[in-house]
Write a protein that binds this ligand. Structure first.
Ligand SMILES: [Zn+2]
Ligand SMILES: [Zn+2]
Length: 406
């Protein structure tokens, strides 16, 4: 017997219903906000992720499904969605257009990490990326979009926001932070010590409880913002307040790469074990340039679909469509023919075994059909079909040609 690989799983039945329901809701909200669907390849040049996700990150260092293909190309199964979308944007020269582009995507992502609850090696993300809009109103709007998705899905969250500054104000902050960290070096974990040299901002993100304690009074980026970053951050907060979206400022919410700037945010749920992020994103005004495109302001987010699966309740579907049955062997051909017609625009189930009426009614109930339609001896003689509406309980014998027109 061959089983799925470790950390990978099939999606079927109730989970598949939840998954599709999530995609329906999220896609409709994205479309309402002006986003159009984009599908990029799962397999990309490894260099794309090395450059965008960063060579110092765990994802690129330890977790990529990377291999040499039969043509000798170094390729990688995408570990996240943004890089491919930005690659699409640049390889189609959209960075040379004055227009603004809003794209949404969803699909499987792959990371070779230790599988644990809610974390898989193949997982799915839904995300939006907005290109060409530098206004902080766009930062607010994308947060509003996510909050609309969660509201429609009845998923509770807390929103955490931060500002990561820009190339004017971040370097000075980084120097201040490094001096602070250097003084605490001995009391910080190995990872933190390595990051002081490679990526000091990421130290703020350390999950080690001892490090957290040591970092409690670390200098905050939000107090060192330049005028433009400060103005935007204040505006973002006031827009959230004005529109009734609760938030907290988390100055340890960071993303460790140089092309991230200004707004960063995370939607956190406390309903799936420990506090964990169900959506995250922010502004990345320098990534397009970083991947050889023309400088283009951009902001985006991704939702981890497996993370929210347990929080999704699919609304009870109303019964719909037809159940067809025959009470005589000789009527089966007729019901198959009628069913073919009805299948053009209704959900249809056909029972191929002749049965008593009671058994057919039971069958119709089981598949949640709205109508149970049966042909027996009498109906065969009169060219009719017996139809029961299982909701109103109304029942009638109807001429087959009239039934087909209904
Ligand atoms: Zn700044
Ligand atoms: Zn640490």
């Amino acid at each position: 017997m061959i089983n799925p690989l470790r950390g990978m799983k099939d999606l079927a039945f109730d989970d598949a219903k939840k998954f599709n329901y999530f995609l329906d809701v999220a896609s409709n909200v994205a479309k309402n906000y002006g986003y159009s669907y984009l599908e990029t390849p799962i397999l990309e040049d490894t260099a794309l992720f090395k450059r965008s996700v960063g060579e110092s990150s765990d994802i690129v260092n330890k977790e990529m499904y990377q291999f040499i293909d039969k043509g000798g190309n170094d390729v990688c199964m995408r570990p996240e969605g943004t890089a491919g979308v930005v690659r699409f944007f640049i390889s189609n020269k959209l960075d040379r257009q004055p227009a603004k582009y809003k794209l949404y995507y969803h699909g499987p992502m792959f990371r070779y990490e230790r599988p644990q609850k809610g974390r898989f090696r193949e997982f799915h993300q839904f995300g939006c990326e907005s290109f060409g809009e530098a206004s902080v109103y766009e930062d607010y709007t994308i947060i509003e979009l996510i909050s609309t998705i969660f509201k429609k899905l009845n998923i509770g969250y807390t929103l955490e926001i931060n500002s990561l500054g820009c190339k004017e104000c971040m370097p000075a902050y980084r120097d201040t932070l490094v001096s602070f960290l250097d003084a605490k070096k001995e009391n910080l974990c190995e990872d933190c010590n390595r990051r002081i040299l490679t990526n000091p901002i990421r130290v703020l993100d350390c999950k080690n409880p001892n490090c957290k304690e040591q970092l409690a009074d670390a200098p905050k980026i939000t107090t060192s913002l330049c005028e433009s970053c400060d103005r935007d951050f204040e505006k973002l907060k006031s827009l959230l307040e004005l529109n009734g979206i609760d938030y907290t400022v988390n100055s340890n919410l960071v993303r460790g790469l140089d092309y991230y700037n200004k707004t960063a945010f995370e939607f956190v749920s406390s309903e799936i074990g420990a506090q964990s992020a169900i959506a995250g994103g922010g502004r990345y005004d320098r990534l397009v340039e970083f991947l050889d495109g023309k400088p283009t302001p951009a902001i985006g987010f991704a939702i981890g679909i497996e993370r929210v699966m347990d929080l999704i309740e699919v609304p009870k579907q109303e019964s719909s469509g037809y159940y067809f049955g025959a009470m005589e062997e000789s009527a089966i051909d007729t019901i198959v023919k009628i069913a073919k017609d009805k299948k053009q625009d209704s959900r249809v189930y056909v029972e191929f075994v002749a049965k008593k009426l009671k058994a057919h009614l039971k069958g119709a109930d089981k598949i949640d059909a709205r109508f149970c339609a049966v042909i027996g001896e009498d109906e065969l003689k009169s060219g009719t079909i017996w139809v029961k509406d299982l909701v109103t309980k109304e029942e009638n014998s109807i001429k087959i040609e009239d039934f087909l027109k209904q």
